[in-house]
Design a protein around this ligand. Structure first.
Ligand SMILES: Nc1ncnc2c1ncn2[C@@H]1O[C@H](COP(=O)(O)OP(=O)(O)OP(=O)(O)O)[C@@H](O)[C@H]1O
Ligand SMILES: [Mg+2]
Length: 317
């Protein structure tokens, strides 16, 4: 007996429909899966192509960067070489010019002694001017030699124990002569005890001479300059204040750069090269110290300060 006869017709059709539906679903699913696979494969292919082209672009950029780095290295080497030549040239010129200058100074002094004395004498005045000019040139040569030593890393300190009070007295007497010429009052506030520091005496005197020299140079006639020092936290702290033109806020860091002179005071600017403070900063840094300036603004004077350790024990290097 046929199976169909066991089933009622509606049931037979229902089963057939379900079977057909399942088959259609299976075929549709398979078709969809295949299509999806194809889409995924195509996307993957596109993606790989994109990655490959990006990799190519990247490797092009990398090789461009590598060649730029190479070029930079070469120009850097060239720059170092030129900077070395410039430093050497500067120090040779400065050194070789100092010898004839010393001779000119010596012979001028001899001529001054020989020429008839008495104020207003033209010969004496001319000789005096020669001496002043050679002094200025000597100072410039010394500064240029310092700068070339700083640049070549040969700027070495000669550390020894010495009495700071005495050093300041020496610098003070020297600068007093210049201050008096401008009717400037120099006031010194001594620390009550003797202060012995471990430092380079000549270089510290160079810092003090520049700070006091600047204060005198930039102060108006009849101004007042004060210098004070004390010991705080095992450091020697020194202040030089004046009633000069002051320093604009945005100039206060720049004046420590070599050859930088601010435009505030053109009369003082003519008497120098803008090297003193940059050398002073190198000296103070070499002593593990700090140097700076404070000024309330143009027309309100300046206060220069520095501090250095008193003893080698407080040196961090
Ligand atoms: N006390 C001061 N008052 C006002 N401006 C100052 C003072 N000290 C320094 N300056 C400014 O800082 C600049 C740099 O000072 P720095 O001592 O380096 O050079 P300089 O005195 O001009 O020349 P040099 O010291 O080489 O003879 C000065 O030209 C000036 O513009
Ligand atoms: Mg100076």
């Amino acid at each position: 007996m046929p199976i169909v006869s066991y089933l009622s017709y509606p049931l037979y059709y229902t089963a057939l429909t379900v079977a057909l539906l399942l088959l259609t679903f299976w075929i549709a699913r398979r078709y969809a899966m295949r299509k999806m696979k194809r889409v995924v494969m195509k996307a993957e292919h596109n993606y790989q192509q994109q990655i490959a082209s990006l990799q190519m672009q990247l490797s092009g950029k990398v090789s461009m960067l590598e060649s730029m780095v190479e070029k930079l290295k070469l120009s850097n080497q060239e720059l170092n070489r030129l900077s070395e030549i410039r430093s050497k040239f500067m120090s040779i010129v400065a050194h070789d010019l100092r010898q004839p200058l010393t001779s000119i100074q010596g012979f001028t002094s001899v001529l001054m002694m020989d020429s008839p004395q008495g104020g207003g004498n033209n010969e004496q005045m001319a000789l005096n001017n020669i001496l002043k000019a050679t002094d200025n040139m000597n100072q410039l040569m010394a500064d240029l030699m310092d700068i070339s030593m700083i640049e070549s890393g040969k700027f070495k300190m000669d550390f020894k124990n010495f009495n700071f009070n005495q050093l300041l007295n020496d610098v003070f007497s020297l600068q007093q002569v210049n201050a008096q010429k401008k009717g400037i009052f120099l006031a010194k506030y001594e620390y009550p005890n003797d202060v012995t520091i471990y430092a380079d005496r000549f270089r510290i005197s160079q810092v003090l001479n520049n700070l006091l020299g600047n204060a005198i140079k930039f102060s108006p006639q009849g101004g007042r300059i004060e210098i004070r020092y004390f010991i705080q936290n095992s450091r020697l702290v020194c202040y030089v204040s004046d009633e000069g033109p002051g320093i604009a806020y945005d100039e206060q860091n720049k004046i420590f750069q070599k050859f930088h002179q601010s435009d505030n005071d053109r009369s003082g600017r003519k008497q120098g090269w803008g090297l003193g403070l940059s050398i002073a900063q190198e000296i103070i840094n070499a002593h593990n110290g700090e140097i700076g300036v404070e000024s309330p603004g143009l027309g309100y004077g300046s206060l220069f300060w520095f501090h250095i350790p008193v003893e080698p024990a407080s040196f961090s290097v």
